[in-house]
Design a protein around this ligand. Structure first.
Ligand SMILES: Nc1ncnc2c1ncn2[C@@H]1O[C@H](COP(=O)(O)OP(=O)(O)OP(=O)(O)O)[C@@H](O)[C@H]1O
Ligand SMILES: O=C(O)c1ccc[n+]([C@@H]2O[C@H](COP(=O)([O-])O)[C@@H](O)[C@H]2O)c1
Length: 215
């Protein structure tokens, strides 16, 4: 099973990384592919350039077996739809391999408003990570979908290419990229919220110095 972890990663932080490791080990995944988006769909566009977000990801996962950066969305024009990313991954990996699209509780809440959500479930499982401050709440349609597709068994996910939804307990870290950008913009340190190598790049390239709160 392979995990696909998409995000803006503006910047990557420990609230992304520790839950990703929990899922890698908890579900016995072969790898987690971190996929930085190019053009966001339901949120303001990223502040740091794509190349800086990509470099920060590479610095963050250095020496962590099983973590891989996948830049396919940066190589694609237009909005970064997860459906398109999964179609492209299926072309590379074949139709049978179980894929797990990993999303936080906040992203799950809006999942049915994504581009072709049911087709996404045709291509991959959904693994939802609990996140502090974001209850795993769902509207009636999503609750109904969960009644049909919900599973609490990693073995069940491993036995099919996609189609299931699993809500996974992960380390609860109340960290967001918004908070990190705000700290930097106010001249305060975001240290211990993200890897030192990522912080060094933010400092060296003067990223986020003037970013305002927008999320
Ligand atoms: N602390 C966290 N715990 C669990 N999941 C998280 C956490 N932070 C982000 N995620 C999840 O990681 C994915 C990518 O998130 P994203 O890159 O937008 O980070 P963010 O911290 O939410 O950023 P921003 O503050 O800019 O909105 C999303 O599915 C999100 O729900
Ligand atoms: O495909 C969509 O319609 C879609 C809509 C909203 C979010 N996503 C993806 O969800 C992931 C998390 O998004 P975000 O905004 O929390 O960084 C990221 O990979 C986005 O591309 C995808």
């Amino acid at each position: 099973m392979i995990g696909i972890y998409g995000g803006t990663f503006d910047p990557i932080h420990f609230g992304h990384l520790r839950p990703a490791l929990d899922i890698l080990e908890g579900l016995g995944l072969e790898q987690v592919r971190l996929v930085p988006l190019n053009v966001a769909v339901h949120r303001p566009q990223p502040i740091a350039p794509a190349v800086a977000r990509l470099t920060m990801l590479e610095l963050a996962i250095q020496a962590q077996p099983g973590f891989v950066v996948d830049s396919r969305e940066l190589d694609r024009e237009g909005r970064s739809y997860s459906y398109d990313t999964l179609v492209s991954l299926r072309r590379d990996l074949g139709a049978e391999r179980p894929l797990c699209l990993m999303i936080g509780a906040d992203a799950y809440r809006g999942f049915l408003d994504w581009h072709r959500p049911l087709d996404i479930l045709g291509l991959a499982h959904l693994v939802v990570m609990r996140r502090p401050g974001h209850e795993v709440v769902a509207g009636a349609r999503l609750r109904h979908l969960y009644l049909e597709r919900g599973s609490d068994s990693p073995a069940e996910l491993a036995s099919a290419p996609g189609g299931r939804i699993l809500i996974q307990e992960v380390t609860q870290l109340e960290i967001s990229s918004t908070r990190i950008r705000d700290l930097v913009a106010r001249g305060l340190s975001p240290r211990y919220l993200l890897p030192d190598a990522v912080l060094k790049l933010i400092t060296d390239e003067s990223l986020y110095r003037s970013s305002a709160t927008d999320a």
